[in-house]
Design a protein around this ligand. Structure first.
Ligand SMILES: Cc1cc2nc3c(=O)[nH]c(=O)nc-3n(C[C@H](O)[C@H](O)[C@H](O)COP(=O)(O)OP(=O)(O)OC[C@H]3O[C@@H](n4cnc5c(N)ncnc54)[C@H](O)[C@@H]3O)c2cc1C
Ligand code: SF4
Ligand code: SF4
Ligand code: SF4
Length: 358
C-alpha cells in the first residue's frame, strides 16, 4: 500500500483519476478502478453507463489503488501502462496462426476461434478453474462474466465492439457464496484460478493490479489479450444501428470491423459502412492508446497477420507459450500457414503513430 500512497508526494485517490483521466476524456471504460476499490460495494465509486463514474470523497479511505491500477494514469507499477512504448508488437516467444477444430466454436467465433479453443483447453485440462469471457445481452450490450461451463464459453465467442467494464465480473466474486465457489471445485476464493480475456487497456490495467499484489490479482492465472485498434461507445453504437441504419438489434447475426464495418443480418443481407461514416462512435479514450497487440498479456490474439477465418496467436510469456504448444498437439486447434508478422508490425506502428500524446 505504501508504494501507491507515496507516489510523487500526492495524496492518491479517485480525484486524481477525475483530473488525469475522466476530465481529459481518456477513460477506456475498463472498470478496473471500481474492481480494485475495496469500498466500491459501499458506494465510493459508483458506475453509470456509459463510462461515467460517481465518486464519494467522504467515504474514500485514500488507499490509492484506483489511481495506481488505472491503465491511463501516469502511476507506473513497473512499466505496465498501455500508453508506454515497448516495441511495436511487444515481447514474444512464438507467433503463429491457428484455426479451431471444434465445429461449435467455428460457428460462433470471430476469426479462427483460437481464443475460445484455448479457454476450453485450459478448463478441460484443469489449468484454471474458471474463465472470464464477455457475452452479448439481448440488446447487444457486452457483459463479462465468470464461468467454467463449456456451452457458456462457446456461446461467448465472437467480438463485441463496445466498451464494457469487464472487471465488474471479478468484483462480484468478492461476495461469492461457498456453494457458488463449490461449482468451480474450490473452497476458498483465494484458491480460484481464472483465465481472463480482455482488450489491451484492460490487460494493462490488470497487470498494474498484479504488480500491486491486490485483489483480484491472486486469482488471475492467465491473461489473453485481444488485438484492438479502437473501440466504440456502446450507447452511440446502438443509436447508430437502430436510428441511423434503421436495423433492428434482434436481426443482427454478426458485426465484423476490418476497416469498413460489415453488419451481417440473420436474413442473409449484409450492410457495409465506410470507416469514415462511423468514426464518431469511437470511445474518446481510445485516441490515446498505443498498444494494438496487448503487450502485457500471456497470449495475444487478433486477425491481423492471418488469413480470413484464422487467428494470429502471439505467445509472450513462458506460461502462455506452454499453453499454446500443449493445445496445438490436441485436436482442438490446427496451425494455418502464412502468418504475416510484418503486417502485424506495420499495423501496430500505425496505431502508435496515430495515438494522441500529452
Ligand atoms: C473491441 C475489439 C476490437 C478489436 N480490434 C481488432 C483489430 O483492430 N485488429 C485485430 O486483428 N483484431 C481485433 N480484435 C480481435 C478480434 O476481433 C478477435 O477477437 C480475435 O482475432 C480472436 O478471434 P477468435 O476467433 O480467436 O476469438 P473467439 O474464439 O471468437 O473468442 C473471442 C473472445 O473474446 C471475448 N470478447 C469479445 N468481445 C470482448 C470485449 N469487448 N472485451 C473483452 N472480451 C471480449 C469473448 O468473450 C471470447 O472469449 C478486436 C476485438 C474487440 C473485442
Ligand atoms: S478507497 Fe481507495 S480505491 Fe477506493 S476510491 Fe478511495 S483511493 Fe480509490
Ligand atoms: S480507464 Fe479504467 S481504471 Fe481508468 S478511470 Fe476509466 S474505467 Fe477507471
Ligand atoms: S483502443 Fe486501446 S483504449 Fe481503446 S478499447 Fe482498445 S485497447 Fe482499450
Amino acid at each position: 500500500m505504501s508504494k501507491a500512497v507515496n507516489q510523487k508526494g500526492k495524496q492518491p485517490n479517485f480525484k486524481r483519476i477525475i483530473e488525469e483521466v475522466l476530465d481529459k476524456k481518456k477513460c477506456t471504460d475498463c472498470g478496473i478502478c471500481q474492481a480494485v476499490c475495496f469500498l466500491a460495494g459501499a458506494g465510493v465509486i459508483h458506475y453509470e453507463r456509459p463510462a461515467y463514474r460517481v465518486f464519494d470523497d467522504e467515504l474514500c479511505e485514500r488507499c490509492g489503488f484506483c489511481q495506481a491500477s488505472c491503465p491511463v494514469t501516469s502511476y507506473d507499477t513497473s512499466n505496465s501502462d498501455y500508453r508506454v512504448f515497448r516495441g511495436f508488437i511487444g515481447d514474444y516467444i512464438g507467433l503463429r496462426s491457428f484455426k479451431t477444430k471444434i465445429p461449435e466454436v467455428s460457428e460462433r467465433c470471430q476469426d479462427g476461434g483460437a481464443v475460445t479453443s484455448l479457454l476450453l483447453y485450459m478448463i478441460e485440462n484443469n489449468l484454471v478453474d474458471a474463465v472470464m469471457v464477455t457475452k452479448r445481452l439481448e440488446n447487444w450490450a457486452p457483459q463479462s462474466f465468470i464461468t467454467n461451463n463449456r456451452e457458456a464459453i462457446i456461446d461467448a465467442a465472437g467480438s463485441k465492439y463496445a466498451t464494457n467494464p469487464v472487471f465488474q465480473a471479478i468484483t462480484s466474486l468478492k461476495d461469492i457464496t461457498p456453494s457458488e465457489l463449490a461449482k468451480y471445485g474450490v473452497k476458498k476464493i483465494d484458491d480460484l484460478r481464472i483465465a481472463v480475456v480482455g482488450l489491451p487497456c484492460q490487460i494493462s490495467g490488470l497487470t498494474k493490479v498484479q504488480n500491486l499484489g491486490i485483489f483480484p490479482s491472486n486469482l488471475i492465472k492467465v491473461k489473453i489479450g485481444l488485438f484492438c485498434y479502437k473501440n466504440y461507445s456502446w450507447i452511440k453504437f446502438q443509436e447508430f444501428l437502430t436510428k441511423k441504419l434503421k436495423i433492428k438489434i434482434e436481426d443482427i447475426k454478426k458485426i465484423v470491423i476490418l476497416g469498413d464495418m460489415t453488419v451481417q443480418l440473420k436474413n442473409g443481407k449484409t450492410i457495409t459502412i465506410k470507416s469514415q461514416d462511423y468514426e464518431s462512435l469511437v470511445n474518446e479514450g481510445c485516441a490515446w492508446c498505443k498498444d494494438l497487440t496487448a503487450h502485457d498479456a500471456d497470449i495475444s490474439c487478433g486477425n491481423i497477420g492471418s488469413a480470413v477465418g484464422a487467428t494470429t496467436v502471439i505467445a509472450r510469456t513462458k506460461k502462455g507459450f506452454d499453453i499454446v504448444e500443449r493445445a496445438r498437439v490436441t485436436n482442438l486447434i490446427e496451425e494455418m500457414p502464412g502468418v504475416n508478422v510484418a503486417e502485424v508490425t506495420k499495423q501496430a506502428r500505425m496505431k502508435l503513430n496515430k495515438a494522441k500524446t500529452e
